[in-house]
Design a protein around this ligand. Sequence first.
Ligand SMILES: Nc1ncnc2c1ncn2[C@@H]1O[C@H](COP(=O)(O)OP(=O)(O)OP(=O)(O)O)[C@@H](O)[C@H]1O
Ligand SMILES: [Mg+2]
Length: 167
Amino acid sequence: MQDLAIYPGSFDPVTNGHADIVRRGLTVFDRILVAVLENPKKAPLFTTKERVAMIRNVFKGRKEVEVMSFSGLLVEFAKARGTNTVIRGLRAISDFEYEFQMALMNRQLAPHMETLFMMPSQEFSFLSSNLVKEVFMLGGSVRNLVPELVERKLREKSGNKAGFKSR
Ligand SMILES: Nc1ncnc2c1ncn2[C@@H]1O[C@H](COP(=O)(O)OP(=O)(O)OP(=O)(O)O)[C@@H](O)[C@H]1O
Ligand SMILES: [Mg+2]
């Protein structure tokens, strides 16, 4: 048994669905390390620093939630942090195939690595960072989908970034 699990993702930006998974993870593990992937292939809306800062802010005062960024192989980063357990969220159907592939690939790379899947509350089952960005860009409300701080940051971005519809 381990007291630490790693929860990796892009978190561009963190949503209430991600927060729900962290909260659920903490019912099983003492500590969760939220690991923000620095992926040079993806062009994120928020920089890695911004994404890390937003998650830290959302879990401010919660010592059991740590937030770090990483690049390269997840299994290497997990090993370096001293955990063999990866938590992933599983939403309605769509996630299954990709997650299945990733979990088995990670097992291939590191046989002791285990991936645990957690299902979010039903209200977040169809929520993704991409959808949040899309809805926000089109002028829709994302109020109950992301933490208040994230909504504010989205508004800031839309103020100084082309591509966002002015509101
Ligand atoms: N609403 C949600 N409920 C449960 N798990 C989620 C939710 N959103 C994301 N996750 C899970 O969190 C992990 C990190 O996901 P990721 O950072 O890719 O977020 P995402 O919302 O899928 O973003 P994107 O839309 O950019 O792919 C993955 O395991 C993903 O399945
Ligand atoms: Mg995703």
